[in-house]
Design a protein around this ligand. Structure first.
Ligand SMILES: CC(C)(COP(=O)(O)OP(=O)(O)OC[C@H]1O[C@@H](n2cnc3c(N)ncnc32)[C@H](O)[C@@H]1OP(=O)(O)O)[C@@H](O)C(=O)NCCC(=O)NCCS
Length: 259
């Protein structure tokens, strides 16, 4: 009787809730074993995966956060960060079978929303740009994978089954089934098809001033050529004009001599 009162007062989880909790723990362990070839046994996953410990700590802190125990939630979250190297704000909403491989250096902001079966590698930041308020962190849909050291910044959406390459910085929405790489993140694969990228070799961009001078030089050469031709024609005509009276005189003289 006393136990029941205590349980009621402290909202201790009912047996069906406990079942659900163990079911989720089982799912989490299986998710690690499916996605990491190095996970050899459930015991090894249980003991050696800080990412998993961080997710479990987040479940507790999120529960406290939702019940207004925000100070305690932040405190436990920071303690878990010290232990696992993963900082997940208690306000973040995270789906099922979430997997953080290696853990260290992952930061997940307060208004982040993460779907089911999402995978993050070490050093990933799901953060704000520093300019927004309210919902200022990204939303990752189901089956998204974010590679090592990548940053997904701002209130953007990464669509279902998309991949963010290691080291990328993504600041715009990503449609479903795409691969994004580079800084800023650009789509290189869309639904399995390579995307043709624009040539951005800035060192080879044309210089408009040089091009203008080259055009002028070509025009001057052409005019030079035309002037030269005209001069040649004029001197030829001049020569003709000089030769013509002499030839006429020669023709006039010739019949006289014949007479
Ligand atoms: C992006 C990634 C998921 C590959 O996705 P994919 O859809 O198979 O794409 P592809 O391998 O066909 O690569 C497409 C193009 O992007 C380039 N690319 C791939 N990954 C890249 C990256 N991280 N940064 C920059 N460019 C990258 C490729 O060179 C290729 O370029 P090309 O078309 O000029 O040849 C993968 O490269 C990656 O970064 N995975 C992260 C894995 C990780 O973090 N592991 C940590 C383990 S500890």
């Amino acid at each position: 009787m006393r136990w029941r009162c205590w349980r009621k007062r402290h909202r201790f989880p009912a047996p069906d809730r406990l079942d659900a909790m163990f079911e989720r723990i089982r799912e989490d362990i299986n998710a690690v074993r499916e996605r990491d070839p190095a996970a050899t046994s459930a015991a090894s996953v249980l003991l050696n995966y800080p990412g998993l410990h961080a997710i479990w700590a987040h479940r507790v802190t999120h529960w406290l956060w939702g019940r207004g125990r925000r100070g305690l939630a932040r405190y436990i979250s920071q303690a878990a960060r010290g232990r696992t190297g993963v900082e997940i704000h208690p306000g973040a909403m995270i789906g099922k079978r979430f997997f953080i491989d290696h853990g260290m250096g992952v930061v997940i902001g307060e208004t982040t929303i993460i779907g089911d079966d999402v995978t993050l590698y070490q050093g990933v930041t799901l953060g704000g740009t520093g300019k927004e308020t309210g919902k200022r962190h990204p939303t990752l849909h189901d089956w998204v994978v974010v590679g090592v050291g990548a940053s997904v910044l701002g209130n953007i959406i990464v669509g279902e089954s998309s991949k963010v390459g290691g080291g990328a910085v993504v600041v715009n929405d990503v449609p479903p089934n795409c691969t994004v790489v580079g800084i800023p993140g650009r789509i290189v694969v869309r639904s399995g098809e390579r995307v043709r990228t624009i040539d951005l070799r800035h060192g080879d961009l044309p210089d408009p001033v040089v091009e203008m001078f080259q055009g002028l030089e070509r025009r001057i050469d052409r005019l030079d050529q035309q002037v030269g031709d005209c001069c040649d024609k004029a001197s030829a005509q001049e020569a003709c004009r000089e030769e013509a009276p002499a030839a006429q005189a020669g023709r006039d003289k010739a019949p006289a001599q014949e007479d």
